[in-house]
Ligand binder design. Sequence first.
Ligand code: ADP
Length: 182
Amino acid sequence: MEKKLGSSIIKLVKGDITKEETDVIVNAANPSLRGGGGVDGAIHHAGGQQILKECIAKYPSGCNPGEARITSGGLLKAKWVIHTPGPIWKGGNRGESTILRNSYKNSLLLAEEYSVSSIAFPSISTGIYGYPIEYAAEVAIKTVLEVLSQTNIKRIHFVLFSDSDYYIYKQKLESIINEFEK
Ligand code: ADP
């Protein structure tokens, strides 16, 4: 599913983010930036040793939740990987939505510094970190729609790993875009 917004396109993709051919793929990292499970493990596995080597060399103290760091894409088709640790869900009153918003926003602004035209996001924090996907999808989509106009990025993909995640994003994207365009 695709939606056009101004001169940009927002696309929902069901599948594996490591196969994306966007200029950047975003990694739902953990703060150590030393790899982990879930999408983080898949990206390091597919991208090879180069990504971990760069993380260690360039970012010895890791990355705080909500911030973003960049490495090359190693063996991936994407030229760059942006690593952002999302929040761990603790019930919703511990600033989780602000941190999640910052992850999307800071990833987009960092991508813009590298003059990229396309970027793919996974559903940050909704796996091991436990953020309920209905809430996370809303933060993800709203933040991207708001920040997009501050960039020259033309194509944004949300890559969802399961049919049910894809369906939730589809519902949210349709309703948020309708509101946004009013
Ligand atoms: P977090 O620790 O931020 O919750 P996870 O990797 O555990 O990160 O999960 C984030 C989301 O990424 C989950 O919805 C999970 O199903 C999904 N995911 C896992 N592997 C992949 C992959 N290869 N491509 C895209 N999404 C993936």
